[in-house]
Design a protein around this ligand. Structure first.
Ligand code: PHE
Length: 456
């Protein structure tokens, strides 16, 4: 592979928008609100923000370092940086995680297309809360429609991927991300001006510390990794397309802040509306699909609000599915010396198989469970709560113990042309705090800490 012909993003704003596009997705707008709702509201938010700052930011900077230094895909990066060692397992874990995430993510992405069509055709109008629940249940447990939309979404992702890095990923993100932001802000304004909106804001921002349990902490950590797209090489792959002059520190900070802002805005958009219309905030993955059309339905021009919202969700999903697809495509393309197009086909077909099974796990395959979880839930749990945090932990351990500090600093300061005032703090967090904290959260969830305490 010749590194000098490798594609790069064309501009600074392109770098930020593509990376924000990768981070901001269904994780922020679909997964975050129901995680907040089912894990006790503001207490979850608090732990989430702590995870973002203590674990997320250092891991993100470290992934940027690996990606731009090696200029390779997630698995290839470790072959370049630690040749002949076993560290490339981190990359393989990432490529596999991308594949598995796409396997359930494209199902939810497909649902957004169905709801766009329903809103547009007016079939969401005139329904009651109970109707929305039944409709969602019937639709998601079906065969042809959900699978059809999932295939459509994978095809859309495939098309953008084969258009390449600059004219595909970068151009799409540059248009879609600003549109998304505007729509989200408009929906927030609508939501906070509803009657009793303060109840929802209280739920989101007023923590009840009694609600913090080990599983809330694990869920918050999983959500932080999932939402920032870290721990699985997505940002290694994207950083490999960054130019020499990209400031890795500020890019990481901007992406982290924007991603968190979008999640909190999504919360502000959803909870006041949910409380205002007396809907239970604790609903699961269906929160967005059942409660929101119901909420919008009760507003003037309801179909239009629904339409706008689901377009927003689809756009957010698309900029993330292309980043997930890219991780796997770049790996197959570079490591197996296959053309980009052919590699993309391989990935798309593989994802399709997983996605069909995930989709059917809401219907005819519902009874087939793995440790009590449906196929869809198992993919979500395995990736967000296990593979990504462990990936992030090993990324930190690798860079913390195997990479010369001088090299790390040289890359993060663009050969000393930009300052890095908090380098020592970052290095300390990356080497000690992040991996140890991730380890403790796991041990705590597994009950091992309680067991040790019992022995003392
Ligand atoms: N961060 C994306 C989201 O919030 C999902 C994602 C995870 C994308 C991991 C890439 C890698 O929707």
């Amino acid at each position: 592979m010749t590194t000098n012909t490798r594609a790069t993003f064309g501009s600074k704003i392109g770098v930020i928008l593509a990376t924000v596009g990768c981070a901001v997705g269904l994780g922020n707008i679909w997964r975050f609100p129901y995680m907040v709702g089912s894990n006790g509201g503001a207490a979850f938010l608090l732990i989430y923000v702590i995870c973002i700052l203590l674990l997320g930011l250092p891991v993100m900077i470290t992934e940027f370092f690996i990606g731009r230094r090696s200029r390779r895909n997630a698995a290839g990066a470790f072959k370049v940086m630690a040749p002949g060692t076993k560290w490339s397992f981190i990359g393989y874990n990432g490529v596999l995680a991308a594949f598995l995430i796409l396997g359930f993510y494209s199902v939810v992405a497909g649902w957004t297309l169905e709801y766009i069509m329903q809103a547009f055709s007016g079939s969401l109008s005139g329904k009651t809360a109970a109707d929305f629940a039944v409709e969602f249940e019937t639709f998601s447990s079906g065969i042809i429609r959900p699978i059809g939309w999932t295939i459509a979404f994978i095809a859309l992702t495939h098309l953008i991927i084969i258009s390449g890095v600059k004219s595909g990923i970068e151009r799409a993100s540059k248009v879609m991300m600003p549109v998304l932001f505007f729509i989200l802000v408009a929906l927030c304004i609508r939501s906070v001006t509803l009657p009793d909106a303060t109840e929802g804001l209280k739920f989101l921002f007023h923590p009840d510390f009694e609600k913090i349990t080990s599983s809330v902490v694990l869920s918050a950590m999983g959500q932080a990794f999932f939402s920032l797209s870290i721990g699985m090489g997505c940002l290694i792959t994207y950083a490999s397309y960054f130019g020499k002059e990209t400031n890795l520190q500020t890019t990481a900070l901007q992406v982290t802040l924007l991603d968190t802002l979008v999640a909190i805005l999504a919360g502000i958009m959803i909870f006041p509306a949910v409380f205002s219309f007396h809907i239970a905030p604790t609903a699961g993955p269906e929160l967005v699909f059942i409660t929101l059309p119901n909420v919008f339905e009760q507003l003037p021009l309801g179909w239009l609000w629904s339409f706008i919202f689901f377009v927003l969700l689809a756009l957010a999903a698309l900029t993330s599915t292309i980043s997930l697809h890219e991780v796997a495509t770049a790996y197959v393309h570079e490591e197996y010396h296959m053309s980009r197009k052919k590699a993309a086909w391989f990935v798309s077909i593989g994802v399709l198989v997983l996605a069909v099974i995930s989709s059917l796990s809401f219907g005819i395959l519902k009874e087939y469970t793995i440790f009590g979880l449906t196929f869809f839930d198992a993919l979500d749990y395995l990736t967000a709560k296990i593979m990504l945090p462990l990936g992030g932990m090993f990324i930190c351990i690798y860079v913390g113990t195997r990479v010369d500090r001088k090299i790390l600093k040289e890359e993060l300061t663009n050969k000393s042309t930009i300052p890095f005032h908090f380098f020592n703090t970052y290095a300390f967090f990356m080497k000690y705090i992040s991996p140890i904290a991730i380890g403790i959260i796991f041990l705590n969830e597994l009950g091992i800490i309680k067991w040790i305490k019992g022995l003392l």
